[in-house]
Design a binder for this molecule. Sequence first.
Ligand code: PMP
Length: 426
Amino acid sequence: MTGDPERILMEASRYLVGGVNSPVRAFYKPLPLVVARGEGPYIYDVAGRRLLDHVLGYGPLILGHRHPAVLERVRSTLENGWLYGALTIDEVRLAEKILHHIYPGGLIRFVNSGTEATMLAIRLARGFTGRDKIVKFEGCYHGAHDHVLVKAGSAASHLGVPTSKGVPQAVTGLTLVAKYNDPEGLEQVFREHGDDIAAVIVEPVIGNYGVIPPRKEFLQALTSLTREYGSILIFDEVITGFRLSLGGAQEYYGIRADLVTLGKIIGGGFPIGAVAGRREIMELLTPKGPVFNAGTFNGHPVSMAAGIATIETLEKEGLNRASRAARALEEVISDTLRRRVGDYTVNRVESMLQFYIGVDRVETPLDVARADKDAYLKIHEELSRNGVLIAPSQMEALFTSIVHGDAEIELFQEAFEKAVERVARD
Ligand code: PMP
C-alpha cells in the first residue's frame, strides 16, 4: 500500500469528516500521517517513511505491531469463521485470564470499546445503588458518551456542564465534577451530595491529560469516602490495565475498586472494552438481572483471540522491557530538556509517560494547562521529521512496548536532541 499522503488526505476530506475518524488523528504534523503498515516498534507510512512509534494505537499495542503470537492466533481463529452470536470457548478463556489478574472471584462482561465499558459501569453502579449522581474528575477522560463529556461549571455547586454540543444539561447535571489529587475537595463533594452519589469514576493514573500520577492520600480518600457513603468506586483502567502491572493500577497501588473498566491492551489491538468487578454488582446485568446490556459484537472472536495471545505473551515475558524503555526515554528527555530549556517536567508511571515544557511540576490538570503547548507541538513536529512519532498533543501519553529496545532508545535520543536543539534555537 503506497501513495502520496497529501493526495490521500485531500481525498479523505471529501468523504470523512475532517479527513479522519477520530479527532486527534487530524493533528499529525508536518506529515499528514497515512499509515501503510506496522512492524514491531515501527510504523511505515504510505510514502515508505519509517517512524519509531510511541503512540502505539494510543495504548493497546504493548507488544508492538504485528506481534507473531497475536498474528498466529488471530489467523487460526479467522480460519474457522468470525462471528456467531453465541458463546465461544475463547470468551471463557479470556474472561478467566483477565479475572485471574484483575479481579479474582469477580465477574466480567465484554463490550466493544472503553466508551461502552464506562457507560455500562456507570449504569451498573446506578442500578446497584438506586442513586443517580456520579462524580468524575476534571482532566480524566472516560470515553465519548454523554455522562462523562462534562467539565466543572461553577465550583461551588460541582455540577458539570457539557464539553460537547449535543449533550443535554439534564444529563450532565447528574455528573458532579471534582478536582483530581484533591482529597479535601472530594470530601466536600461527598459531604454535600454523598447520599445521592452512585459512583466515583476515576483514571487511577491520568493518561488523558498527559500523564499525572495519583497522590497516595487521594487514592485513600477515594476508597474511604466511597465506602463510607455506600458509593461504587469505578477504576477506569482502559489505559492502565495490564500496563502498570498485570493486575493494573489496583495491584500497583494496592487499592481495591468495586468495578474496573478495561479496553485497549485486553483486545491486543482489536476493538474491545470490558467491565469487571464485584460479583453482586455484576450479577445485576442482563440476562441475570435488570441492568441492560447487549451487543452484536460483544466478545468478538477476533478480539478474544488477540486478547488471549497478548495476555499470554505478557504472562511469559512480563512488562519489564516496556517499563525499562520508558525509563530510558524519561532519562533522555530529562537530560536533554535540562540542558536546553528552563523549567520542564517528565511524568512517568511504568510504560506511560509525558513531558511538559515551562513547568517544574505537574500534579494536577491545572499544571498541564500552564505548560507550553506550542513548544510541545514543535518538538512533536521536529521528531516526526526525524523519524519518531509521539502523540500530537501533550494531553495524550507516550507509550512504550516490550519490543522497544536499545536501538530504539538510541534512535529516540538522537531525534529528541536534534528536535529540542532546533526548537530552542527558534
Ligand atoms: N477511558 C480511558 C481512561 C481512556 O483512555 C479511553 C480512550 N483513550 C476511554 C475510556 C475510551 O475508550 P475507547 O476509545 O475505546 O472508547
